[in-house]
Design a binder for this molecule. Structure first.
Ligand code: CP
Ligand code: NVA
Length: 318
């Protein structure tokens, strides 16, 4: 049995947990026990979602559970009642609490309240301003499927764009498996010193630059995300200006290693952070990534509910 654990960012899994979730995500779904049978999974969304909501709902159903979608304004985190009280209430009905929040602190307050009450309900972050661990699981799964599970330390992923929630979780996940990463962002939009220290603390090499061409030189994968994240809409015009020259396009891709692939968490803005030719082109793995959100989520839900990968009858789909 793995411990019931909150997953606010990817490092909360630990290296063994990350490996176990990958194994559970690639196991034959029919081999997984219906560990959520008769149980609810709460999905609180303070921001819009397509992939996170649908993949989590379907992963819940695959494990026998019942997902309940809750819009943020219905529960009013720290507005209608404290985030801790929202969590304690949902824990009366659900065995997992998933949330997409405006403020990462809301997730922390939920876990503090649940832990203080000795509640055995894990909190899973479905995106905050700080982290997007469920996306990073799907990203890692996609990279492993494409390049193989061995030899990741010989591969390099370059992230071009805003060093945001998606970058942070991806960089930590990559570092946890020893895969080198690079990040290229305009001045003022790169990682903080503490982000860099955190990523490097897991042992993976991280190069930080303001030059996209330097970042992608000889890499195996190029990743990008929107320049204006949800909640930053008022900065959109300024960001469009600041990120000029950071589009992942055919010209930039010329610097990569032969066979290099393109990754994007989606939603994509064609003509901004990525060209239509690249996101819709033969190097793009974005739909594989989107599909993997569901496989990764099934693996994660199974893991937080204590499914031991060693007990499974293997024969997965990879
Ligand atoms: N990639 C991702 O999290 O997509 P959604 O915002 O649609 O959930
Ligand atoms: N960085 C983006 C990711 C969307 C999936 C955002 O936070 O809006």
């Amino acid at each position: 049995m793995s411990a019931l654990r909150h997953v606010l960012d990817i490092d909360d899994l630990g290296t063994e947990g990350l490996s176990a979730v990958m194994a559970l995500a690639t196991a034959d779904p029919a081999s997984l026990p219906p560990v959520l049978e008769g149980q609810g999974v709460a999905l609180v969304f303070e921001k819009p979602s397509n992939r996170s909501r649908n993949s989590t709902e379907m992963a819940t159903v695959a494990l026998g559970g019942h997902p309940v979608y809750i819009q943020g304004h219905e529960v009013g985190l720290d507005v209608r009642e404290p985030a801790g009280d929202v969590a304690l209430t949902l824990a009366c009905y659900h065995s997992v609490l998933c949330a997409r929040v405006i403020d990462h602190g809301s997730l922390v307050r939920m876990t503090v309240a649940l832990d203080a009450a000795d509640a055995t309900v894990p909190v899973i972050n479905l995106l905050s301003d700080v982290a997007h661990p469920c996306q990073a699981l799907a990203d890692l799964l996609t990279i492993r499927q494409h390049f193989g599970t061995d030899g990741l330390p010989e591969r390099t992923v370059a992230y071009v764009g805003d060093a945001n929630n998606v970058w942070r979780s991806l960089a930590i996940a990559s570092s946890m498996v020893g895969m080198p990463t690079r990040v290229a962002s305009p001045v003022g939009f790169g990682p903080t010193d503490s982000d860099v220290a955190l990523v490097r603390s897991f042992g993976g090499d991280l190069v930080v630059t303001t030059d996209p061409t330097e970042a992608v030189e000889g890499v195996d994968a190029v990743y990008t995300d929107v320049w204006t994240s949800m909640g930053q809409e008022a900065e959109a015009a300024a960001r469009l200006e600041a990120f000029r020259g950071f589009e992942v396009n055919e010209e930039l891709m010329k610097g990569t290693r032969e066979g290099a692939v393109v990754l994007h968490c989606l939603p994509a803005h064609r003509g901004e952070e990525i060209s239509a030719g690249v996101v819709d082109g033969p190097r793009s793995l974005v739909w594989q990534q989107a599909t993997n959100r569901m496989h990764a989520m099934r693996g994660l839900l199974a893991w937080v509910r204590g499914v031991d990968v060693a007990s499974l009858d293997r024969g997965g789909h990879q």
